[in-house]
Design a protein around this ligand. Structure first.
Ligand code: C5P
Length: 222
């Protein structure tokens, strides 16, 4: 039997990472943070001097990307070519570069198999932009989580400050708007809800209420 998958898609800062992580904990499922894959690729490209528009070189790099997702006391630890990059892939600079390499069709195809490999028993919670539309179209539950650009910028700003990064709220808001535009208007796997997705807005609801709604929906589908 194929392990069940629950997909959580949405723009950056909508809270999908937190929701995916906590839902997986509640169900005892594995987690796939697909955005981290694009961030890892962007960082690897930077380190190897490959430009974000060099599709042929990026496709090869994506196919051979040497990454490990390790579980460090319940927290995901990301290893790129033997180096711990858990924190360094979270900068706005790498986020912007990730959204550029993610717009390339051959890069997305090269990363498909790697994402499918996360589907293991007892199940998977997959978070990203195209989890319900492209990567796991047969998911048993699809959530599309949004929030206003302002709310998302503020969350990201607080996260960065907590992690000790220097940040500007205005710059983050600009960056979020640019990234939204690029992610939703690109030709391949654009950010959009699957036709069978449940759309939730965390701006007014708040993360806790969203989590409870999603857990209830997940239990109903089983
Ligand atoms: O979610 P996160 O901000 O870490 O993702 C970084 C970038 O990777 C996004 O802006 C998006 O362009 C890309 N991405 C994607 N498809 C996914 C996950 C992320 O294109 N499934």
């Amino acid at each position: 039997i194929t392990p069940p998958v629950i997909t959580i898609d949405g723009p950056s800062g909508s809270g999908k990472g937190t929701i995916a992580h906590r839902l997986a904990l509640a169900l005892g499922f594995h987690v796939l943070d697909s955005g981290a894959l694009y961030r890892l690729l962007a960082l690897a490209a930077q380190q190897h001097g490959i430009q974000t528009h060099n599709e042929a070189a990026l496709e090869v790099l994506a196919a051979h990307l040497d990454v490990q997702f390790q579980n460090n006391h319940g927290e995901a630890m990301l290893i790129l070519e033997g180096e711990d990059v858990t924190e360094s892939i979270r900068t706005e600079e790498i986020g912007a570069a990730a959204s550029k390499v993610a717009a390339l069709a051959r890069v997305r195809t090269a990363l498909l198999q790697r994402q499918h490999a996360f589907r293991e028993m007892p199940g998977l919670v997959a978070d990203g932009r195209d989890m319900g539309t492209v990567v796991f179209p047969d998911a048993c539950l699809k959530i599309f989580l949004t929030a206003s650009a302002d709310a998302r910028a503020e969350r990201r700003y607080k996260q960065l400050l907590e992690k000790g990064f220097d940040a500007s709220l205005a710059a983050i808001l600009d960056d979020i708007r640019a990234r939204d535009l690029r992610d939703s208007q690109r030709a391949v796997a654009p950010l959009k809800p699957a036709t069978d997705a449940i759309v939730l807005d965390s701006t007014a609801l708040g993360i806790e209420a969203v989590l409870q709604t999603v857990i209830a929906a997940a239990k109903q589908r089983r």
